[in-house]
Design a protein around this ligand. Structure first.
Ligand code: GLU
Length: 306
């Protein structure tokens, strides 16, 4: 078997939240326990929501916890030319079309929701002629969508066999937004493919993005990695953790816990320790096993909250 290559791919849109950190820890442990290599990639494509300052802070946070990487950081905001080449490859195959629909119009159309709560695009602009598109383009810049079709199946390393009908479950998805920002699905596939990533570890909220990405791997002729999705961390009221005030953030935890205590608590939630004792990530490597990681989402214990 070849070298195992994993990655951390946070979006630097604020301070590290525990969900990010949980993914980074499990990704790191999985790769290190196989003697592999870790790439750090900052997913900072959206200039409105992300910044280099947040990215640099995230790097300090990862370092302070002992989560090291071997390559990067690579900043997606610097890779526009490469994403454009990938987009052009899809265009050349006739797989891309211009979409002029606004969010408000999509809401009004009351389209059935895709599996992950996204709108399932009803295909309104799919059949526009070039003349129609040119006329609309005078008024507003288009987003670019992929004509998605077929089935994508894969065996998730943690949740087992998955199968999706692209048209029914995902719909034609966006590759580049109308403001020119490349979409997550395109950038993440283009990068994981080009960087030789062999395993992707991430929250199961992204499970339903995987068929979209598999479709892109196929169309772009890029090698596809193995996917291992992990349970979500939930706040006390059962909500997924977010950047809301009451949710525990790393920043807040750092004021009352040492880096080893934080890692120990996360490792315990991940089933790798029986008790949340202080530990360095390195010490967990020989013990690491996917078998021990729960599949159910994980409620953060009350003791995590100040
Ligand atoms: N950048 C994404 C996030 O922070 C993760 C992307 C991925 O792991 O595929 O949610």
């Amino acid at each position: 078997m070849g070298e195992v290559v994993g990655r951390f791919a946070p979006s630097p849109s604020g301070r590290m939240h525990l969900g990010n950190l949980f993914s980074c820890l499990l990704s790191w442990l999985s790769v290190r326990s196989q003697g592999g290599r870790v790439i750090l990639r900052m997913e900072d494509l959206d200039p409105q929501r992300t910044s280099r300052t947040h990215g640099e802070q995230m790097m300090r946070d990862l370092e302070s916890l002992g989560l090291s990487w071997d390559q990067g950081p690579c900043w997606q905001s610097e890779r526009g030319e490469y994403y454009q080449q990938c987009l052009d490859r899809l265009k050349d195959q006739g797989l891309v079309y211009k979409c002029f629909c606004t969010r408000a119009e999509l809401h009004a159309a009351n389209a059935p929701h895709a599996e992950d709560g996204d709108y399932l695009y009803p295909g309104t602009c799919r059949e526009l002629t070039e003349e129609q598109a040119a006329r609309l383009e005078i008024r507003r810049p288009p987003a670019l969508r992929l004509k998605a079709a077929g089935r994508e199946g894969f065996v998730d390393g943690h949740y087992g066999p998955q199968s999706y009908d692209l048209a029914k479950d995902c719909g034609d998805f966006i590759l580049r937004r109308s403001d020119g920002v490349f979409a997550y699905q395109l950038a993440v596939t283009a990068d994981d493919g080009a960087m030789g990533v062999t395993e992707v570890v991430r929250g199961r909220d992204l499970l339903s993005s995987t068929p979209r990405q598999l479709c892109l791997y196929r169309m772009l002729g890029l090698p596809r990695p193995a996917f291992i999705h992990i349970p979500m961390l939930l706040a006390q009221d059962g909500r997924r953790l977010s950047k809301r005030e009451r949710d525990v953030s790393l920043e807040e935890l750092q004021t009352r816990l040492s880096p080893q205590e934080i890692v120990g608590r996360l490792a315990c939630l991940a089933g790798q320790l029986d008790r949340p004792e202080p530990v360095k990530p390195q010490e967990l490597v020989p013990l690491f096993s996917w078998e021990k990681v729960p599949r159910e989402d994980i409620l953060l214990p009350e003791s995590w909250f100040a």
